[in-house]
Design a protein around this ligand. Structure first.
Ligand SMILES: Cc1cc2nc3c(=O)[nH]c(=O)nc-3n(C[C@H](O)[C@H](O)[C@H](O)COP(=O)(O)O)c2cc1C
Length: 629
């Protein structure tokens, strides 16, 4: 409590005591089994309750079939839903955490492939993204059905014991489509004035209060991206019996603001909540958006920006965040980096996962204590080696980690040096601290050959020796070498084979250092592979601001001493270059594996040494290799 008196202080909402201000806000985690919250979802929520969350908002219930987005959406009308939700409620309540169910209808942003229904929208029009056909404009009967759907979903959730429900009126979905002056073109009683545009929201909230009675919590979320959101909250606060207002950001056209990546400042969402709190001081306001550490939430409360603090990805990354804050162990928090693997998987309609926390969503499969402790030697202190060493040590093995460089982190440490990518350090630093706590013997500056490894008499060796740039163009400098300090004089052409952070980051770094830079996507769009994690938009904006020329829709034909030749739809084009930087695919640096095996040691590769990939692949690989010991 000492460090975070406000964040950890209780708050009473309509007689429901929240033990602190930390909220695990609604997110479509997609852990359902056949549309019901099964053992996996229960364990996921229970872990966050055990870790101290004050309030958990359970993944949304689409109130009508036309409102959903994934095949895993909950189906509240299915037999078995109520009892399964009750089991989750009981598991969460047992830890003293309150729990509400989110209700939504995604309207234009539902997915007809998942729902097999037409798209619903306030005023019809083409579907988002400009697909074929037109959306269905709600008529009075649909409105009745929508209100009724909210009531039926809420009744089911309430019968299962939830403390209340939350209505998602946010992100350019159905109800905020009505609220939005720009999107609502209706001429009936639901269009025109603010009062008319908010009529549907009021009808839903009034119907819910009437159906549920006075006791349960009723929350609403809105998005700060909707012009007039403060007035909308003021109106609903005045006319409806609402217990809290969640203030999100962004919408389906600007998902990067809804789930801001590490490219955005920590605490990004707080000013939007503050605008509401200042205008409607009596409203209980929930701030959301990249609140990654307790001190950020504490500050937001201290400055009067909000009453509740959403820390969602923060608690995906560390279920025990609150408990650690309470115990004064905030240095132990496994901090959300903002890499949005969770979002990438949600957008591809898979259950979420976490880069920082490979156990998120796998709470039922936690690595057990080893029956026999073995001596595990990990060669390589990049991120895969760090994770392998950590997991092996947590399981009770004796672990030695050898790293050639004078410091830990490998390529992730280089990535952390790219513009706005510093949060990558959390991946390294948290693991390094954990290794220290677990008593792992770490040796830096050791070029471990087979003899050196054999001398340690390991029972098992993890070869996590990383990868090297593939040398496809002899005259080019590798991106990794540029980041290690190799000189690249301008004009520079950066050849990007992957469309990920390496190419974009090195181009931006060079441009910031005053070079004239052209970033050429070789068969890929620059930053194109960042699209699912939502980092593409902020990355491209920064590249443009730095003056980097982006070239896409081409293939590289040749790299010559003073130019790069590319082909675009059969036509060749030369781009002048004093230096060429190659941000290409890496190849595994795995030669140690065969030598060790030839000499009779049990060994395997992990991370890039196995298959060069993304940081999440390396961490998962290190984790799984150690978990299998
Ligand atoms: C994978 C994922 C799915 C989400 N799904 C929903 C959702 O279904 N409903 C909703 O209101 N917000 C949803 N959100 C938004 C979160 O509630 C929250 O506003 C956002 O993650 C920013 O908060 P954070 O930085 O603390 O994670 C989702 C977020 C994530 C990461």
């Amino acid at each position: 409590m000492a460090g975070f008196p406000r964040l950890l202080s209780p708050i009473s909402l309509r007689g429901h005591e929240l033990r602190n201000r930390v909220v695990f806000t609604a997110h479509t985690a997609s852990f359902s089994q056949d549309g019901i919250p099964g053992a996996r979802a229960r364990a996921y929520y229970e872990a966050r309750a055990a870790g101290g969350a004050g309030l958990i908002v359970v993944e949304p219930l689409p109130v009508l079939q036309s409102g959903g987005v994934t095949p895993q959406n909950y189906r509240f009308e299915d037999e078995g839903f109520g009892p399964a939700l009750r089991a989750t409620v009981e598991a969460v309540h047992a830890h003293g955490t309150a729990l509400v169910s989110q209700l939504y209808h995604l309207g234009p942003n539902a997915d007809p492939v998942a729902t097999m229904r037409d798209l619903w929208s306030v005023s019809g029009g083409p579907p988002p993204g400009g697909g074929p056909g037109l959306m269905h404009e709600l008529d009075d009967e649909d409105i009745d059905e929508l209100v009724d759907g909210h009531v039926r979903a809420a009744r089911t959730a309430r019968s299962a014991g939830v403390d209340g429900v939350e209505c998602m009126f946010a992100y350019d979905t159905l109800v905020d489509g009505f609220m939005s002056e720009a999107r609502n073109r209706r001429s009936d009683g639901y269009g025109g004035t603010l009062e008319n545009r908010l009529r549907l929201a009021r009808e839903i909230l009034d119907a819910l209060r009437a159906a549920l009675g006075d006791e349960p919590l009723l929350g609403v979320t809105v998005t700060a991206s909707m012009p007039g959101y403060v007035d909308a909250v003021a109106h609903l606060a005045e006319h409806c019996d609402v217990d809290y207002f969640g203030i999100g950001n962004g919408d389906y056209d600007n998902l990067d603001l809804l789930m801001p990546t590490l490219d955005y400042e920590p605490g990004f969402g707080i000013p939007f909540a503050r605008s509401v709190k200042q205008a409607v001081p009596a409203a209980v306001v929930l701030a959301e958006g990249r609140i990654t550490r307790p001190e950020i939430g504490e500050r937001a409360l201290a400055e009067g920006s909000c009453d509740l603090v959403g820390m969602t990805r923060a608690q995906i990354a560390d279920p025990d965040l609150v408990r650690k804050a309470e115990a004064g162990e905030e240095a132990e928090i496994r901090e959300c980096v903002g890499l949005n693997l969770c979002v990438a998987r949600r957008l591809r309609k898979f259950p979420i996962a976490c880069v920082q926390n490979p156990d998120a969503g796998f709470e039922l499969r936690a690595v057990p204590r080893a029956a026999t402790a073995r001596h595990v030697v990990v060669v390589g202190g990049g991120i895969a080696g760090l994770e392998a060493a950590r997991v092996a040590a947590e399981a009770g093995h004796r672990v030695t980690l050898l790293e050639r460089a004078p410091s830990l982190g490998g390529q992730v440490a280089l990535t952390a040096g790219l513009p706005r990518q510093g949060a990558h350090r959390y991946l390294i630093d948290w693991r390094a601290r954990r290794l220290e706590r677990l008593g792992v013997h770490v040796e830096l500056g050791v070029d471990a050959d087979a003899d050196a490894v054999l001398r340690l008499e390991p029972d098992f060796v993890v070869v996590a020796t990383g990868s090297e740039p593939g040398q496809r163009y002899p005259g080019a400098i590798s991106a990794v070498d540029v980041l290690r300090g190799a000189e690249a004089s301008g004009p520079v052409v950066v050849l990007d084979e992957e469309g990920h952070r390496k190419g974009a980051g090195v181009a931006e770094t060079l441009a910031n250092a005053g070079r004239e830079v052209t970033l050429v996507g070789d068969g890929v769009a620059p930053a194109g592979s960042l699209v699912h994690t939502l980092a593409d938009a902020p990355t491209r904006r920064r590249l443009q601001a730095a003056g980097v020329r982006l070239v896409r829709g081409v293939r590289v034909v040749s790299v010559e001493s003073d130019r790069v030749v590319v082909e675009r739809e059969g036509t060749h084009e030369a781009i002048r270059a004093a230096s060429v930087v190659h941000a290409g695919r890496h190849r595994p640096a795995d030669s140690l594996l065969t030598v060790l095996r030839d000499r009779g040691l049990a060994a395997t590769t992990a991370g890039d040494a196995r298959a060069p990939g993304l940081v999440e692949d390396a961490i998962r690989s290190g984790h799984d290799v150690a978990a299998a010991l």
